[in-house]
Design a protein around this ligand. Sequence first.
Ligand SMILES: O=C(CO)[C@@H](O)[C@H](O)COP(=O)(O)O
Ligand SMILES: [Co+2]
Length: 219
Amino acid sequence: MIKIAPSLLSADFAALGAEVAEAQASGADWIHVDVMDGHFVPNITLGPPIVKAVKAHTTLPLDVHLMIEKPELYISDFVAAGAGVITVHAEACVHLHRVIHQIKEHGILAGVAINPATPASAIKEILGDVDLVLVMTVNPGFGGQAFIPGTMNKIREIRNWANAIGHDLRIEVDGGISESTAPLVAEAGADVLVAGNAVFGRKDRAAAISAIRAAAENR
Ligand SMILES: O=C(CO)[C@@H](O)[C@H](O)COP(=O)(O)O
Ligand SMILES: [Co+2]
């Protein structure tokens, strides 16, 4: 089953409550929340107080994508704020195994993300421990960038490894996902599709979400 996770990065930050409620009413499965610290990526967005405020406006799982250094210092704050999924970058964690288990101890889903230039092998040893692998299909930091097609080989590789060990892994893709790129990533093995611009950049969010879902499912 394909999940669609609209990214709040492209929503109206002055009206996040209404934006998240509309995304839920429009058929979103998860709400993707991009946390950036100005160090790991060259942009700064939001922290736990905003996640908590957003959570009050939706019953959907909040899919928190941490693009921050030393994510281990903030896991419990994001859990307390209402995160249902927390994903950390492999590139930002010296002790990735420890951070993944720190997330899982809170009883929520744990994910690991890799940048476009990071090989899939960087997460092979942790694959059986995570609920989700996030394959970045753009360089993290900004919404509205163009999809990088070369990332698709990694989706296939990771899906094959997960199948080989019988692991029911979610593979999420993030960056430049739209009606036209959704079939490609779904065919490669992705099943959680983050979409910022392609949902919040359109007036009719329900039409946008169902078009992406249909494109992925009818590939
Ligand atoms: O994590 C990020 C960017 O770093 C994303 O979640 C973006 O928000 C995706 O935006 P679009 O490419 O879909 O507009
Ligand atoms: Co993201």
